[in-house]
Design a protein around this ligand. Structure first.
Ligand code: PEP
Ligand code: MG
Length: 583
């Protein structure tokens, strides 16, 4: 037996943090051969294409729901975007026209049509476009495979580090079922979807090593260091021990965070911030209670629609909301009315030119009072314990609030007549996620019981940057001065009229943003449950006085860069980061 070279150190891009030690599994996706045969029956070929497209969508929907399960709806949107490509009428009609004209097998035309896009993207200078071309390639291969009626094997041994040329977003998600310990690739960078997904999934990834698949063999022992972007092949005893110690330190850091479970998120000078959890999936509930949330600040109920593929009736909704309320009692559950439309599910097949500026959230609900009332009745019935808050998305005008309240009153009357129990004083709050609502925060606060700032949308609507459009993602800036000033304004105006103001956008989960948000006057935050311990640790290590000073400085700044720099400076100087101390 030939002895293997040990301790080969390979350098790549540190795409997702974390350290693992495991065996390598070389994964290669065979490329589907495409012939240019002619077809006799064109209509049959087109029918086959339709079946393959449908099957591809079905597969992607499955991957999407697995991804939602693992990383939440927002991050899983990558797969939604892939499904949309399969629905692109121009692409599909080009393919069908060519099948009719050229009488070639559909896989040949699909390959040629979609390759036009990938070639163009590959010629682009920006790494970003090149990365996206891999996603499109993935869709192309999926359709071709389905045209050939082949099944795709994504099952591999468990607990391995996957080494591959290029990782598709779907593989990244599917491999999590095998408890994969890390990803190593020849290609791909920080902005690749695989990297984004690996970060969300908490799986270390080192990408873009160029020749990892040549240098690593099946079953080689690997250390993957996602902090430094290193892969160590067949480590020697000393290196292995060094990394085992690092892993232990990381675990004890996690345990230390867990110890904060029952402690309040209180600054060193005594200001307590309530940390609530955002709930995207009912299955997360266990995790939420485990991660020290003080209740739920946002339930995205539109997920029920995704789950059931049709609108849940009053009874189905009532059972779900009541179960939630019972399990979280005596803490609060904030149930948000269906936020459908925009980039989210719609009950009808409607294609709007500007869906984000269209029929979304409260607009759609008020136009469908029966649907809205079904949800209101279910929420009211589940509120009998008095631990439910109800929240309205996408509010832009006071009339919307008043109309909603009229519907709530109607539902209360009906339930009373039916002798059904409910909380007579069900608190009704508003999402502040559109500039008009932020500007009129005081009026909206007066007309409601609480406010919650939805920065995901507030940023998109204030900066006129589509939150899901990667082309303009650089302009989607949570620390843009206008956003910082809006948050301050809403927190201040809410306080003036004695109404609590929370923030439930992704910004609340950003460790750099936490001191700023506290300093801007927010007294509660609602966050992805997995981040709660970290944010709690940050809050417990700062003083309110310093956070306020930081916020005051940021409110004077005129550029996003200045604010970003100030927050990073504050973080590095004031917040003990034990992970950093490992290096
Ligand atoms: C938001 O817009 O910040 C928010 C929390 O809601 P969603 O992400 O569901 O639109
Ligand atoms: Mg929103």
């Amino acid at each position: 037996m030939s002895s293997k070279e040990t301790n080969i150190i390979l350098h790549g891009i540190a795409a997702a943090p974390g350290i693992s030690i495991a065996k390598a599994h070389l994964y290669s996706k065979q490329k589907e051969d495409v012939s240019s045969q002619t077809v006799d029956d064109v209509e049959e070929a087109i029918a086959n294409l339709d079946v393959a497209l449908e099957q591809s969508k079905k597969e992607l929907r499955k991957i999407f729901s697995l991804a939602v399960d693992k990383i939440g709806e927002k991050r899983a949107a990558i797969f939604d975007a892939q499904i949309m490509i399969l629905d692109d009428p121009i692409l599909i009609s080009n393919i069908k026209d060519r099948i009719r004209r050229e009488k070639k097998v559909p896989e040949f035309i699909v390959d040629s049509e979609i390759s036009k896009y990938t070639q163009l993207m590959n010629q682009a200078d920006e790494a970003y476009m090149k990365e996206r071309s891999h996603d499109i390639e993935d869709i192309k291969n999926r359709i071709i495979r389905n045209l050939k009626k082949k099944k795709w094997k994504s099952r591999i041994a468990t607990d391995v580090i996957v080494v591959t040329t290029n990782l598709s977003p779907s593989d990244t998600v599917l491999f999590t079922r095998m408890n994969v310990k890390g990803y190593v690739t020849d290609f791909g960078g920080l902005t690749s979807h695989a990297a984004i997904l690996a970060r969300s999934l908490n799986i270390p990834a080192v990408l873009g090593l160029h020749d990892a698949t040549n240098k690593i063999q099946e079953n080689d022992e690997l250390i993957i260091d996602g902090y430094k972007g290193l892969v160590i092949v067949n480590p020697d005893e000393e290196t292995l021990n060094e990394y085992k110690t690092k892993i232990e330190k990381l675990q004890s850091y996690d345990e230390e965070l867990y110890k904060l479970k029952d402690l309040p998120a209180k600054t060193t000078d005594g200001k307590t911030i309530k940390l609530f959890a955002n709930l995207d999936l009912m299955e997360e509930l266990e995790f939420i209670t485990h991660n020290c949330a003080r209740g739920i600040g946002l339930v995205r109920t539109e997920q029920l629609f995704n789950h059931l593929e049709s609108f849940p009736d009053e009874e189905e909704q009532y059972i779900t909301y009541k179960d939630l309320a019972d399990r979280i009692y005596p803490e609060i559950v904030t149930i948000r009315a269906f936020d459908i439309g925009g980039d989210k599910v719609l009950p009808v097949d409607l294609h709007e030119p500007n869906p984000f500026l269209g029929w979304r959230g409260i607009r759609l609900l008020l136009d469908n009072p029966e649907l809205f009332k079904t949800q209101i009745r279910a929420v009211l019935r589940a509120s009998a314990h008095k631990n439910i808050y109800f929240m309205i998305p996408m509010v832009t005008a006071i009339e919307e609030v008043r109309e909603t309240k009229i519907l709530i009153e109607q539902c209360k009357k009906e339930l009373k007549a039916e002798k059904k129990q409910f909380d007579k004083h069900l608190p009704v709050g508003l999402m502040i996620e559109v500039p008009s609502a932020a500007a009129m925060a005081k009026d909206f606060a007066e007309e409601s019981d609480f406010l919650s700032i939805g920065t995901n949308d507030l940023i998109q609507y204030t900066l006129a940057v589509d939150r899901g459009n990667e082309i303009v993602s650089k302009l989607y800036q949570e620390f843009h001065p206008s956003i910082v000033r809006f948050i301050h304004h809403v927190a201040k105006e809410g306080k003036k009229v004695g109404k609590p103001v929370s923030l439930c956008g992704e910004m609340a989960a950003d460790p750099f943003a936490a001191p700023l948000l506290v300093g801007l006057g927010l007294e509660s935050l609602s966050i992805s449950p997995s981040i709660i311990p970290q944010i709690k640790k940050i809050i417990r290590s700062i003083s309110y006085k310093d956070a306020k000073e930081l916020a005051e400085k940021c409110l004077e700044m005129r550029t996003e860069k200045e604010i970003n720099d100030a927050l990073h400076h504050f973080y590095n100087k004031r917040i003990q980061d034990q992970i950093k101390n490992l290096y």
